[in-house]
Write a protein that binds this ligand. Structure first.
Ligand code: COA
Length: 252
Protein backbone atom coordinates (compact mmCIF):
# COMPACT_ATOMS: atom_id res chain seq x y z
CA UNK A 1 0.00 0.00 0.00
CA UNK A 2 1.21 3.50 -0.77
CA UNK A 3 -0.34 6.93 -0.73
CA UNK A 4 2.06 8.04 -3.42
CA UNK A 5 0.33 6.41 -6.38
CA UNK A 6 -3.27 7.29 -7.08
CA UNK A 7 -5.34 5.28 -9.49
CA UNK A 8 -8.67 6.34 -10.94
CA UNK A 9 -10.79 4.70 -13.59
CA UNK A 10 -12.97 6.65 -16.00
CA UNK A 11 -16.24 5.36 -17.39
CA UNK A 12 -14.64 5.61 -20.84
CA UNK A 13 -12.26 2.74 -20.03
CA UNK A 14 -9.22 4.92 -19.26
CA UNK A 15 -7.22 4.26 -16.08
CA UNK A 16 -5.17 7.21 -14.81
CA UNK A 17 -2.07 6.35 -12.74
CA UNK A 18 -0.72 9.45 -10.98
CA UNK A 19 2.68 9.53 -9.31
CA UNK A 20 2.18 11.66 -6.24
CA UNK A 21 5.27 12.21 -4.14
CA UNK A 22 6.15 15.78 -5.07
CA UNK A 23 8.21 16.48 -1.93
CA UNK A 24 10.73 13.91 -3.27
CA UNK A 25 10.28 14.92 -6.90
CA UNK A 26 8.16 11.83 -7.46
CA UNK A 27 11.09 9.48 -6.83
CA UNK A 28 9.80 5.91 -6.93
CA UNK A 29 9.97 3.54 -3.96
CA UNK A 30 9.37 -0.19 -3.97
CA UNK A 31 5.80 0.29 -2.77
CA UNK A 32 5.16 2.75 -5.59
CA UNK A 33 6.52 0.35 -8.22
CA UNK A 34 4.36 -2.42 -6.76
CA UNK A 35 1.29 -0.18 -6.93
CA UNK A 36 1.97 0.73 -10.57
CA UNK A 37 2.69 -2.88 -11.52
CA UNK A 38 -0.56 -3.97 -9.86
CA UNK A 39 -2.42 -1.24 -11.73
CA UNK A 40 -1.08 -2.52 -15.07
CA UNK A 41 -1.80 -6.16 -14.22
CA UNK A 42 -5.36 -5.26 -13.29
CA UNK A 43 -5.76 -3.27 -16.50
CA UNK A 44 -4.75 -6.31 -18.55
CA UNK A 45 -7.08 -8.56 -16.56
CA UNK A 46 -10.06 -6.22 -16.88
CA UNK A 47 -12.25 -5.89 -19.95
CA UNK A 48 -13.43 -2.53 -18.65
CA UNK A 49 -9.98 -0.89 -18.60
CA UNK A 50 -8.84 -0.38 -22.18
CA UNK A 51 -6.09 2.25 -21.88
CA UNK A 52 -3.77 3.57 -19.17
CA UNK A 53 -2.32 7.05 -18.69
CA UNK A 54 0.77 7.77 -16.55
CA UNK A 55 1.02 11.28 -15.11
CA UNK A 56 3.03 13.02 -12.42
CA UNK A 57 2.67 16.32 -10.61
CA UNK A 58 2.97 19.84 -12.05
CA UNK A 59 6.61 20.30 -13.09
CA UNK A 60 7.70 16.81 -12.08
CA UNK A 61 6.88 13.58 -13.83
CA UNK A 62 9.42 11.52 -11.85
CA UNK A 63 13.00 11.84 -10.60
CA UNK A 64 13.36 8.10 -11.16
CA UNK A 65 14.19 5.40 -8.69
CA UNK A 66 14.46 6.54 -5.09
CA UNK A 67 18.23 6.65 -4.70
CA UNK A 68 18.08 5.64 -1.03
CA UNK A 69 16.18 2.52 -2.14
CA UNK A 70 18.98 1.72 -4.60
CA UNK A 71 21.37 1.43 -1.68
CA UNK A 72 19.00 -1.05 -0.02
CA UNK A 73 18.74 -3.03 -3.27
CA UNK A 74 22.51 -3.28 -3.41
CA UNK A 75 22.23 -5.39 -0.27
CA UNK A 76 19.20 -7.42 -1.36
CA UNK A 77 19.96 -7.75 -5.08
CA UNK A 78 18.13 -6.24 -8.04
CA UNK A 79 16.96 -9.53 -9.56
CA UNK A 80 13.64 -9.53 -7.73
CA UNK A 81 13.40 -5.82 -6.91
CA UNK A 82 10.00 -4.12 -7.25
CA UNK A 83 11.56 -1.85 -9.91
CA UNK A 84 12.50 -4.82 -12.06
CA UNK A 85 9.10 -6.46 -11.58
CA UNK A 86 7.48 -3.21 -12.72
CA UNK A 87 9.81 -3.00 -15.73
CA UNK A 88 8.97 -6.60 -16.70
CA UNK A 89 5.28 -5.73 -16.47
CA UNK A 90 5.77 -2.60 -18.60
CA UNK A 91 7.22 -4.74 -21.38
CA UNK A 92 4.41 -7.29 -21.25
CA UNK A 93 1.40 -5.01 -20.73
CA UNK A 94 -1.20 -5.46 -23.46
CA UNK A 95 -3.32 -2.45 -22.52
CA UNK A 96 -2.22 0.64 -24.48
CA UNK A 97 -0.21 3.05 -22.34
CA UNK A 98 0.01 6.83 -22.72
CA UNK A 99 2.43 9.14 -20.87
CA UNK A 100 1.72 12.75 -19.87
CA UNK A 101 5.15 14.18 -19.06
CA UNK A 102 5.30 17.58 -17.40
CA UNK A 103 8.68 18.74 -16.10
CA UNK A 104 11.51 16.46 -15.07
CA UNK A 105 11.59 12.83 -16.13
CA UNK A 106 14.78 11.15 -14.90
CA UNK A 107 15.90 7.52 -15.06
CA UNK A 108 12.86 5.24 -15.14
CA UNK A 109 10.80 8.45 -15.37
CA UNK A 110 12.23 8.77 -18.88
CA UNK A 111 12.69 5.11 -19.84
CA UNK A 112 9.13 4.12 -19.01
CA UNK A 113 8.00 6.43 -21.81
CA UNK A 114 9.83 4.18 -24.29
CA UNK A 115 7.20 1.52 -23.51
CA UNK A 116 4.26 3.88 -23.95
CA UNK A 117 2.21 3.87 -27.13
CA UNK A 118 1.78 7.63 -27.09
CA UNK A 119 3.80 10.27 -25.22
CA UNK A 120 2.76 13.89 -24.67
CA UNK A 121 5.08 16.43 -23.08
CA UNK A 122 4.77 19.90 -21.64
CA UNK A 123 7.05 22.59 -23.00
CA UNK A 124 9.07 22.37 -19.77
CA UNK A 125 9.57 18.60 -19.93
CA UNK A 126 13.18 17.46 -19.46
CA UNK A 127 14.24 13.85 -20.02
CA UNK A 128 17.48 12.54 -18.55
CA UNK A 129 18.93 9.05 -18.14
CA UNK A 130 21.98 9.43 -15.85
CA UNK A 131 22.56 5.74 -15.20
CA UNK A 132 26.25 5.66 -16.08
CA UNK A 133 26.89 8.90 -14.23
CA UNK A 134 25.59 7.09 -11.16
CA UNK A 135 27.86 4.12 -11.78
CA UNK A 136 24.92 2.08 -13.09
CA UNK A 137 23.78 0.78 -16.48
CA UNK A 138 20.63 1.57 -18.48
CA UNK A 139 17.43 -0.25 -17.55
CA UNK A 140 13.90 -0.90 -18.83
CA UNK A 141 15.36 -2.15 -22.14
CA UNK A 142 16.49 1.41 -22.91
CA UNK A 143 19.86 0.11 -24.17
CA UNK A 144 17.86 -1.71 -26.88
CA UNK A 145 14.86 0.56 -27.43
CA UNK A 146 16.64 3.93 -27.48
CA UNK A 147 19.20 3.09 -30.23
CA UNK A 148 16.31 1.57 -32.19
CA UNK A 149 14.31 4.78 -31.85
CA UNK A 150 16.95 7.51 -32.17
CA UNK A 151 20.02 5.76 -33.62
CA UNK A 152 23.09 4.52 -31.80
CA UNK A 153 25.05 7.79 -31.80
CA UNK A 154 22.27 9.86 -30.25
CA UNK A 155 21.48 7.04 -27.82
CA UNK A 156 25.12 7.11 -26.76
CA UNK A 157 24.90 10.80 -25.91
CA UNK A 158 21.77 10.17 -23.91
CA UNK A 159 22.78 6.95 -22.16
CA UNK A 160 26.54 7.38 -21.69
CA UNK A 161 26.89 11.15 -21.44
CA UNK A 162 23.52 11.58 -19.66
CA UNK A 163 22.64 14.56 -21.85
CA UNK A 164 19.35 16.25 -21.03
CA UNK A 165 16.65 16.30 -23.69
CA UNK A 166 14.25 19.20 -23.56
CA UNK A 167 10.73 18.80 -24.88
CA UNK A 168 11.44 20.16 -28.35
CA UNK A 169 14.53 17.97 -28.76
CA UNK A 170 12.54 14.93 -27.60
CA UNK A 171 9.86 15.80 -30.15
CA UNK A 172 12.45 16.24 -32.91
CA UNK A 173 13.82 12.76 -32.11
CA UNK A 174 10.37 11.20 -32.21
CA UNK A 175 10.35 10.38 -28.51
CA UNK A 176 7.21 12.43 -27.88
CA UNK A 177 4.14 12.87 -30.05
CA UNK A 178 3.50 16.52 -29.26
CA UNK A 179 4.62 19.35 -26.99
CA UNK A 180 2.02 21.58 -25.39
CA UNK A 181 1.44 23.96 -22.49
CA UNK A 182 1.75 22.25 -19.12
CA UNK A 183 -1.90 22.68 -18.16
CA UNK A 184 -3.03 20.77 -21.25
CA UNK A 185 -0.83 17.68 -21.09
CA UNK A 186 -2.82 15.37 -18.83
CA UNK A 187 -6.11 16.37 -20.40
CA UNK A 188 -4.75 15.70 -23.89
CA UNK A 189 -3.21 12.37 -22.87
CA UNK A 190 -6.54 11.32 -21.36
CA UNK A 191 -8.40 12.32 -24.51
CA UNK A 192 -6.00 10.36 -26.73
CA UNK A 193 -6.22 7.37 -24.40
CA UNK A 194 -10.00 7.57 -24.64
CA UNK A 195 -9.69 7.40 -28.43
CA UNK A 196 -7.58 4.24 -28.09
CA UNK A 197 -10.07 2.79 -25.60
CA UNK A 198 -12.94 3.33 -28.03
CA UNK A 199 -11.31 1.42 -30.90
CA UNK A 200 -12.34 -2.14 -31.84
CA UNK A 201 -10.35 -4.09 -29.24
CA UNK A 202 -9.29 -7.07 -31.38
CA UNK A 203 -7.96 -4.84 -34.16
CA UNK A 204 -6.26 -2.57 -31.64
CA UNK A 205 -4.51 -5.46 -29.88
CA UNK A 206 -3.35 -7.10 -33.11
CA UNK A 207 -2.16 -3.79 -34.60
CA UNK A 208 -0.37 -2.83 -31.42
CA UNK A 209 1.54 -6.13 -31.44
CA UNK A 210 2.61 -5.49 -35.05
CA UNK A 211 3.72 -1.91 -34.34
CA UNK A 212 5.68 -2.76 -31.22
CA UNK A 213 7.67 -5.60 -32.75
CA UNK A 214 9.35 -8.45 -30.99
CA UNK A 215 8.49 -8.46 -27.29
CA UNK A 216 10.98 -11.27 -26.62
CA UNK A 217 13.88 -9.06 -27.72
CA UNK A 218 12.72 -6.30 -25.39
CA UNK A 219 12.44 -8.80 -22.55
CA UNK A 220 15.88 -10.27 -23.31
CA UNK A 221 17.37 -6.76 -23.27
CA UNK A 222 15.85 -5.82 -19.94
CA UNK A 223 16.99 -9.09 -18.35
CA UNK A 224 20.55 -8.61 -19.62
CA UNK A 225 20.52 -5.05 -18.29
CA UNK A 226 19.22 -6.29 -14.94
CA UNK A 227 22.18 -8.65 -14.55
CA UNK A 228 24.67 -5.87 -15.28
CA UNK A 229 22.68 -3.50 -13.07
CA UNK A 230 22.94 -5.90 -10.16
CA UNK A 231 26.72 -6.06 -10.53
CA UNK A 232 27.08 -2.28 -10.85
CA UNK A 233 24.77 -1.55 -7.95
CA UNK A 234 27.19 -3.33 -5.67
CA UNK A 235 30.28 -1.64 -7.10
CA UNK A 236 32.18 0.97 -5.10
CA UNK A 237 31.77 3.48 -7.95
CA UNK A 238 28.00 3.37 -7.79
CA UNK A 239 27.88 3.21 -3.99
CA UNK A 240 30.02 6.31 -3.82
CA UNK A 241 27.85 8.25 -6.25
CA UNK A 242 24.58 7.24 -4.65
CA UNK A 243 25.93 8.20 -1.24
CA UNK A 244 27.19 11.46 -2.72
CA UNK A 245 23.70 12.38 -3.93
CA UNK A 246 22.13 11.42 -0.65
CA UNK A 247 24.64 13.41 1.37
CA UNK A 248 24.89 16.05 -1.39
CA UNK A 249 28.68 15.79 -1.36
CA UNK A 250 30.57 15.79 -4.65
CA UNK A 251 32.15 12.44 -5.54
CA UNK A 252 35.94 12.42 -5.32
N1 COA B 1 15.69 9.65 -4.94
C1 COA B 1 15.50 10.07 -3.69
N2 COA B 1 15.25 11.35 -3.37
C2 COA B 1 15.19 12.23 -4.40
C3 COA B 1 15.39 11.84 -5.72
C4 COA B 1 15.65 10.48 -5.98
N3 COA B 1 15.80 10.01 -7.22
N4 COA B 1 15.29 12.94 -6.52
C5 COA B 1 15.02 13.98 -5.69
N5 COA B 1 14.97 13.54 -4.42
C6 COA B 1 14.69 14.33 -3.22
C7 COA B 1 15.88 15.14 -2.81
O1 COA B 1 16.80 14.38 -2.04
C8 COA B 1 15.22 16.24 -2.00
O2 COA B 1 14.88 15.72 -0.75
P1 COA B 1 15.04 16.63 0.59
O3 COA B 1 14.13 17.81 0.35
O4 COA B 1 14.57 15.73 1.68
O5 COA B 1 16.49 17.00 0.65
C9 COA B 1 13.91 16.47 -2.76
O6 COA B 1 13.68 15.29 -3.50
C10 COA B 1 13.97 17.62 -3.72
O7 COA B 1 15.05 17.39 -4.63
P2 COA B 1 16.08 18.53 -5.07
O8 COA B 1 17.30 17.85 -5.61
O9 COA B 1 16.29 19.49 -3.96
O10 COA B 1 15.28 19.24 -6.25
P3 COA B 1 15.87 20.01 -7.51
O11 COA B 1 14.69 20.62 -8.18
O12 COA B 1 17.02 20.84 -7.13
O13 COA B 1 16.45 18.83 -8.48
C11 COA B 1 16.39 16.74 -9.64
C12 COA B 1 15.57 17.86 -9.01
C13 COA B 1 15.43 15.63 -10.07
C14 COA B 1 17.14 17.28 -10.86
C15 COA B 1 17.41 16.19 -8.62
O14 COA B 1 16.73 15.94 -7.39
C16 COA B 1 18.08 14.92 -9.05
O15 COA B 1 18.99 14.94 -9.84
N6 COA B 1 17.61 13.77 -8.49
C17 COA B 1 18.22 12.51 -8.74
C18 COA B 1 17.68 11.95 -10.03
C19 COA B 1 18.32 10.62 -10.34
O16 COA B 1 19.51 10.52 -10.46
N7 COA B 1 17.47 9.57 -10.45
C20 COA B 1 17.89 8.23 -10.67
C21 COA B 1 18.16 7.99 -12.07
S1 COA B 1 18.71 6.34 -12.36
Amino acid sequence: MTDHITISDGENGVRLIVIDRPQKKNALTGAMYDAMRGALEEADASAAIRAVVFAGQPGVFSAGNDLADFLGQARNGFSDAPALRFIRQLARTDTPMVAAVDGIAVGIGATLTLHCDLVYASSVARLRMPFVELGLVPEAASSYLLPLRVGRLKATELLLLSETLDADAAYALGLVNAVMPADMVVEHALAQAARLAALPQGALAASRRLIRGDRERVEAALEAEAKAFDVQLQSPESQQRLQAFLSRAKPA
